[in-house]
Write a protein that binds this ligand. Structure first.
Ligand SMILES: [Zn+2]
Length: 342
C-alpha cells in the first residue's frame, strides 16, 4: 500500500471543521442558483473557490453562508461534509456551526439545528460516522453578544450539542474579553474551545487556557513566540487542533516545508497536536490531504502522524471508556496500515 493511501485510511478524529467552509463548490453554486443569489463571474464552479485576497475570500464566504437557507439546505451540506470526512478516514467529528453568519438572511437557529442534526443522523446511518456539534461565537460581534449567544445555545439543548467555540478575527478582539461568555458556557455544562494564536498573539492562547478555561486550543500557532507558555502547555498536554493548509492563507507561516513553520516547532517542542481540515472545500483540501501534506511537505514521520491521529481521541469530547476502546482499536488498525507500507 502506498503511503498516501495508508494516511487517508488511517482512523482519525476531525475536531476543527467549519460547516460553512466545507460546502462543495458545486453544491454552493446549486444552492445559490436555487435561492436567486448572483455569483461572481466564473468559467467552472471550482473557480468560485480561488481567491486573490482575503477580501475576495470573505465575499465568497459570505455568499456561501447566504446560500444555505432552509432546513433541507443545512441537512444537505452537513451530510455532504461528513461523507467527505468519512472518505478521508474520519471516524469521529466535532463540527463547528456559525449561526451568526446565517441570521442576516433571517434563518432561525432552530431551523439550522434541525437541518444539521438530521444531516448528522444521516451520516451516522449511512456512513457509520459519529458526530457532535459546536456552535461557535463570532468574536467580531463583541463580548456582550457572545454572552447572549451562549444563552441561546443553552436554551436549545441537545445531546449532540456539546460545546462552544470562538472564531473570526482575533485582531481587535482579544480572547480575554470573552470571560463572561465562557463562564456562562461552563455553568451550562458546555465544553469549551477557542481559536487563538492563529493571527493573534500568544497572549490569546494564554487567555484561552487561563481565563476562558478552554479544554483545547484551535490553531494556537503563536504559542511558539512564548517559551514559558510552550513549556506549560507541554506539561499540561492541552491539545492544539492544527490545520496545515489554512496556515498558508491566514498566518505568517506560508510554507509547510519551511524549517520554522509553527506546526513543526510545536511538534518538535512536544506539544500535543492533532490534525484538522478547518475549511476544506473553500481551500480545496480534505482531512486525508492534511496528513499527506504534513508527511510530504513538512517531512513529519508516519509515526508522528499516527501519534497525532491518536491525539484526536484524547482531545475529543467523549467519555473515558469510549476513548480507551477507540485507542485500542485505532492503534491496532494503524499498526496494520503502517506495516503494509513497509
Ligand atoms: Zn477554524
Amino acid at each position: 500500500m502506498d503511503v498516501e493511501t495508508a494516511l487517508r485510511k488511517m482512523p482519525k478524529a476531525e475536531l476543527h471543521l467549519h460547516l460553512e467552509g466545507a460546502v462543495d463548490a458545486s453544491t454552493f453554486a446549486e444552492l445559490a442558483a436555487h435561492h436567486g443569489l448572483e455569483l461572481p463571474p466564473h468559467d467552472q464552479v471550482a473557480d468560485l473557490y480561488s481567491y486573490d485576497s482575503l477580501a475576495d475570500f470573505l465575499v465568497i464566504y459570505s455568499l456561501v453562508c447566504r446560500s444555505i437557507q432552509t432546513e433541507a439546505d443545512f441537512r444537505r451540506v452537513t451530510y455532504e461534509c461528513l461523507a467527505r470526512c468519512a472518505d478521508s478516514g474520519a471516524r469521529y467529528v466535532e463540527l463547528f456551526l456559525s449561526p451568526e453568519s446565517h441570521f442576516e438572511m433571517g434563518v432561525e437557529y432552530p431551523t439550522m439545528l434541525a437541518g444539521v442534526l438530521t444531516g448528522m443522523a444521516d451520516a451516522q446511518a449511512e456512513r457509520s460516522l459519529e458526530s457532535n456539534l459546536i456552535p461557535a461565537i463570532n468574536r467580531e460581534l463583541g463580548p456582550a453578544r457572545a454572552v447572549e449567544f451562549v444563552e441561546m445555545v443553552a436554551a436549545h439543548p441537545h445531546p449532540q450539542i456539546i460545546g462552544v467555540g470562538l472564531d473570526f478575527n482575533e485582531i481587535g478582539f482579544p480572547s480575554a474579553d470573552y470571560v463572561d461568555a465562557y463562564r456562562a458556557a461552563a455553568a451550562h455544562g458546555l465544553h469549551r474551545t477557542s481559536h487563538a494564536g492563529e493571527v493573534g498573539p500568544a497572549d490569546n492562547v494564554r487567555a484561552a487556557i487561563d481565563l476562558l478555561d478552554c479544554e483545547r486550543i484551535d490553531h494556537g500557532y503563536h504559542v511558539v513566540d512564548d517559551p514559558d507558555l510552550v513549556a506549560s502547555c507541554v506539561e499540561s498536554q492541552i491539545a492544539f487542533t492544527v490545520c496545515p493548509t489554512t496556515t498558508e492563507y491566514t498566518t505568517v507561516w506560508r510554507d509547510l516545508s519551511a524549517p520554522d513553520h509553527a506546526i513543526r516547532q510545536m511538534s518538535e517542542a512536544g506539544l500535543k497536536l492533532m490534525v484538522n481540515s478547518d475549511d476544506p472545500a473553500m481551500f480545496v483540501s480534505d482531512l486525508g490531504n492534511e496528513y499527506v501534506r504534513l508527511h510530504r511537505e513538512m517531512g513529519l514521520s508516519l509515526d508522528t502522524l499516527a501519534e497525532m491521529a491518536l491525539n484526536g481521541i484524547d482531545a475529543a469530547w467523549i467519555d473515558d471508556a469510549t476513548k480507551t476502546a477507540l485507542r485500542a482499536d485505532w492503534s491496532a488498525e494503524i499498526d496494520t496500515l503502517l506495516a503494509a507500507t513497509a
